[in-house]
Design a binder for this molecule. Structure first.
Ligand SMILES: Nc1ncnc2c1ncn2[C@@H]1O[C@H](COP(=O)(O)OP(=O)(O)OP(=O)(O)O)[C@@H](O)[C@H]1O
Length: 293
């Protein structure tokens, strides 16, 4: 199966500053992929490169096997819901559907109308009069009715309250299953992605820190608690992601393919949020950086 997104040494520079650097990724198709990272990490930059709104300063990117925005065929295969789920305030909901139909060769009007009905969105209402949650749902409807193979969403739920967030993500997951969509969505909140995504990319300070299947990531990361110890003394196959120490005790998050048998450690499971926070901690150890190269 063709990858949803392949990046090789991809980078984007604004002036002298790299917004994204040395990004090598293979994102599988047919999955819901979460891109998580703090503000300014480079998420929007990566997604804009994927849809061809930005050109790389270094490296290469392919989306569904093609070059981003390379002609009408490629444009039709990739849907994009930009940050703040933009809609036209002066246009009605029905106008948005008409616009969608005119701009997208694969437009599925039945899907769009069925979704609006289900959401209780009045076609005559202007987008400027909709709530943030309704506007986000309208933008999602346009993205789905385009019938892309890959739908990319940049922080689509950032402005929504918890209930609207949950509803939006629920709809997104249903659409992904129903229409065999590949999805890439970004957020700076792991909790948004936890229920939704089965593949995760953690981006920090313009670099990919870790990427993988959520179940594999959870199975290979462990929390070790025990008497204070220098992490450099750990076996080579245990990569230290984060560490904290008191006078007597050390707590480490490590990545290890195998089980950890050292009786000095109490070994615990790591949840997705802890795992992401460990990668986001601002003092990466050498072994962590080597692990993602
Ligand atoms: N047009 C631009 N000109 C100059 N610098 C930019 C521009 N766009 C982004 N940057 C910088 O590039 C870096 C990455 O920004 P980006 O918007 O990709 O991050 P992000 O992870 O999407 O952040 P957020 O979660 O806040 O949306 C930041 O340091 C940002 O200031």
């Amino acid at each position: 199966m063709t990858a949803a997104l392949e990046a090789r040494g991809l980078g984007k520079k604004y002036g002298k500053r790299w917004a994204l650097s040395d990004c090598t990724l293979d994102l599988p198709a047919g999955r819901v992929i979460g891109l998580v990272g703090p503000n300014g990490a480079g998420k929007t930059t990566l997604l804009n490169l994927a849809v061809g709104q930005l050109a790389p300063s270094a490296g290469s990117i392919r989306v569904l096997g093609g070059r981003p925005a390379d002609g009408p065929g490629q444009l039709a295969r990739v849907g994009f819901v930009a940050q703040d789920t933009p809609t036209y305030a002066g246009l009605s909901v029905a106008d948005h559907l008409r616009l969608g139909a005119r701009l997208n060769p694969g437009w599925d009007d039945a899907i769009a109308r069925e979704r609006l009905e289900r959401l209780g969105l009045d076609p005559a209402r202007r987008a400027g009069k909709l709530s943030g949650g309704q506007r986000a749902q309208l933008a999602l409807t346009l993205g789905i009715a385009k019938r892309p193979e890959l739908l990319i969403l940049d922080e689509p739920v950032a402005a929504l309250d918890p209930l609207a967030r949950r509803e939006f993500l629920q709809h997104l997951m249903e659409a992904a299953v129903e229409h065999s969509l590949s999805v890439v969505l970004s957020s700076h909140l792991v909790s948004d992605l936890e229920r939704t995504c089965d593949y995760l990319v953690v981006l920090v300070d313009s670099r990919v820190r870790v990427a993988g299947d959520v179940d594999d990531l959870l199975a290979t990361h462990h929390r070790l608690t025990g008497p204070r110890r220098d992490p450099a003394t750990l076996p080579g196959d245990q990569q230290v992601v984060s560490e904290s120490h008191t006078d007597r005790q050390s707590t480490l998050i490590v990545r290890s393919e195998g089980a950890i048998h050292d009786p000095a450690w109490t070994v615990g499971q790591v949840g997705l949020e802890d795992l992401v926070l460990a990668y986001m901690s601002d003092t990466p150890t050498r072994s962590t950086l080597e692990a993602v190269r």
